[in-house]
Design a protein around this ligand. Structure first.
Ligand SMILES: Nc1ncnc2c1ncn2[C@@H]1O[C@H](COP(=O)(O)OP(=O)(O)OP(=O)(O)O)[C@@H](O)[C@H]1O
Ligand SMILES: [Mg+2]
Length: 551
């Protein structure tokens, strides 16, 4: 098998696979499992998963391949698009339902473009008069230079009067309408409805051979310039538009072999914060939830192990059965395991340090490779000691903290993130602490905040809210004692499932900071030069009431 220095581990962020030169690599290392098949189900509108669980990877894989007659495309929302929404909102006094209509127009425009590009070889196609008339209007509007991006599609919405007039002109020219309508700038909603109606009429007429999926990615990053409330309105409108189109409009198109569909890539906490109707059933029946959890005992047959073993295996000159390549590079056992196993258990080291997300493991492999190769280019296997390398531990810990930060900045400001970090200083290096010790550290934090001119962020309003927050972020777990004096450890990501999407933390337990994060948060080594703290009741300056998030 290849030397460690020759291994190509791919990218930890699947956005890289969108680039033409990396498509082939994704095709080789991607594992087609049941999530991929479920994603092809017409009922699915949401692809839900924590950071680094593969949302982008699945959508990019489908857009690079014609898998089971599905032709897919991924589109990203970027900061400028949100900016346009905010401007439109102020100029045109938009409501949530207007947001929904705008998104419907954008989605229909992007999908109709996908359809046009692929189905134009279909001999039946030119007879769809309404569709061709609409396309002529689009061509005229964009001067034949429409590139199917959300930003371009938004432009049509912004100039709704002009767009509606062109559509009407071409409808008349094709004999579809008797007269050309006039539109005014001030009646934005009316223009929008007209445009949407024409799109729906046109799409209702076409008979598509393939299934078309439009994936929308990039909603989990809120640009700091966009206020939280505006941001959630915008994505709420998008989620509603997707739901209505997928459930009411697209299935009503008769006589097609294929189906049109739009799928939103979204994190579970953001999905929950949207407050959609019947959220629980939507996540169960209309989502693919990327869940890589496994047990130590059965990890060898898990999806997670298969994905990682395959990344090592696909690049070898010979083919090997599941686990063989892994065992070659990691031929040792994890320590402190109670059960016995019939194969090396080194993978458990990786699960212990991760949140069971493919990105965590790929990042660990990457960092280990970097460290090993820097001292020995000819090594052929990793050793348990490589995990003890402080440089590896520090870099991996910083990676994990970076992921927490990205997650947090969706809701909060950079300054508030600073306060979150500050809390750990008050633990004096302890990574395992009781509820009382937690309260004391929280009280110290409250004292500290009182010395600043800012109110406490909403997630720090009370000690228990902050504890819940730390648990939601998977920064701490809580440990319950069992009747036989054992420990029952609860992590949010492990307790979360379809029916319990946001599990709750328990008070009066023992808590532990996530092992992998300890280095970056400077806990795990107790500081002896500080006085012991007395137990105190925490008191915080009251924060102004507001919904989760900041502007
Ligand atoms: N089925 C699979 N086969 C091979 N690799 C996979 C598979 N699923 C996920 N991965 C890998 O997992 C890593 C993380 O995936 P990705 O970047 O898609 O996560 P994400 O959910 O989009 O995260 P974020 O929310 O941060 O954008 C990538 O390296 C990707 O290749
Ligand atoms: Mg992604």
């Amino acid at each position: 098998m290849k030397r460690i220095s020759e291994l190509q581990l791919g990218f930890a962020d699947a956005e890289n696979y969108k680039r033409r030169e990396n498509k082939e690599l994704l095709n080789k290392l991607f594992i087609r499992n049941e999530y991929l098949d479920k994603l092809c189900d017409y009922a699915v509108s949401f692809l839900v998963g924590e950071k680094g669980t593969g949302k982008t990877a699945y959508s990019v894989y489908l857009s690079n391949n014609n898998y089971k007659d599905n032709l897919a495309r991924v589109r990203y929302i970027r900061e400028t698009e949100y900016q346009k929404f905010v401007t439109l909102k102020t100029e045109k006094h938009l409501t949530l339902s207007d947001y929904t209509s705008i998104w419907k127009v954008i989605v229909c425009l992007l999908l109709s473009q996908q359809v046009k590009e692929r189905e134009s070889e279909n001999a039946m196609f030119p007879i769809f008069k309404r569709f061709t008339a609409l396309q002529s209007a689009i061509d005229e509007y964009y001067m034949n230079a429409f590139s199917p991006e959300i930003a371009q599609a938004m432009q049509l919405v912004q100039e709704s009067r002009l767009a509606a007039e062109l559509i009407s002109k071409h409808a008349k020219a094709s004999g579809e309408e008797k007269e050309v309508f006039t539109f005014t700038e001030s009646r934005f909603q009316n223009n929008l409805f007209y445009i949407l109606r024409k799109f729906q009429e046109a799409l209702s007429q076409v008979k598509v051979e393939n299934n078309y999926i439009l994936f929308i990615d990039g909603i989990d990053i809120r640009p700091s310039s966009i206020p939280f409330a505006d941001y959630t309105d915008c994505i709420k409108g998008l989620a509603n538009a997707i739901w209505e189109l997928n459930n009411d409009f697209f299935p009503s198109i008769k006589g097609s072999r294929g189906r049109l569909r739009v799928v939103l890539l979204i994190r579970p906490d953001i999905f929950e914060s949207l407050g959609l109707q019947n959220q629980n059933t939507k996540i169960r029946d209309n989502s693919v939830f990327l869940d890589w959890r496994t047990e130590y005992k059965s990890h060898r047959s898990s999806h997670l192990f298969k994905v990682i073993d395959h990344i090592l295996e696909f690049q070898q000159l010979d083919r090997f059965p599941l686990g063989k390549t892994w065992d070659n590079y990691f031929p040792w056992n994890s320590q402190n395991l109670r059960e016995s196993y019939e194969y090396p258990t080194s993978f458990i080291n990786f699960i212990r340090w991760s949140y069971y997300r493919p990105r965590d493991i790929i990042t660990m492999l990457d960092l280990l490779q970097e460290e090993v190769v820097s001292v020995d280019k000819d090594r052929t296997a990793f050793m348990p000691e490589d995990f003890d390398n402080p440089s590896f531990a520090r870099k991996y810990s910083n990676y994990l903290l970076g992921e927490v930060k990205d997650h947090l900045l969706f809701y909060y400001t950079q300054e508030e993130y600073g306060l979150f970090l500050k809390f750990f200083q008050f633990l004096d290096g302890q990574d395992n602490f009781t509820y009382e010790r937690y309260l004391a550290a929280f009280a110290d934090l409250a004292d500290y905040i009182a010395t600043t001119s800012k109110p406490a962020p909403q997630f720090m309003a009370t000690a228990n809210e902050f504890l819940q927050f730390l648990y939601d972020l998977n920064v701490v777990c809580y440990i319950e004692k069992t009747s036989d004096a054992g420990n029952f450890i609860h992590w949010c990501f492990r307790d979360r499932n379809y029916s319990n999407i946001s599990p709750k933390v328990k008070t009066e337990c023992t808590y532990e900071v996530f092992y992998g994060l300890a280095k970056a948060l400077n806990v795990g080594k107790v500081f002896t030069d500080r006085p012991a703290r007395a137990q105190r009741k925490p008191k915080l300056p009251s924060a102004p009431k507001r919904t989760r998030g900041a502007s």
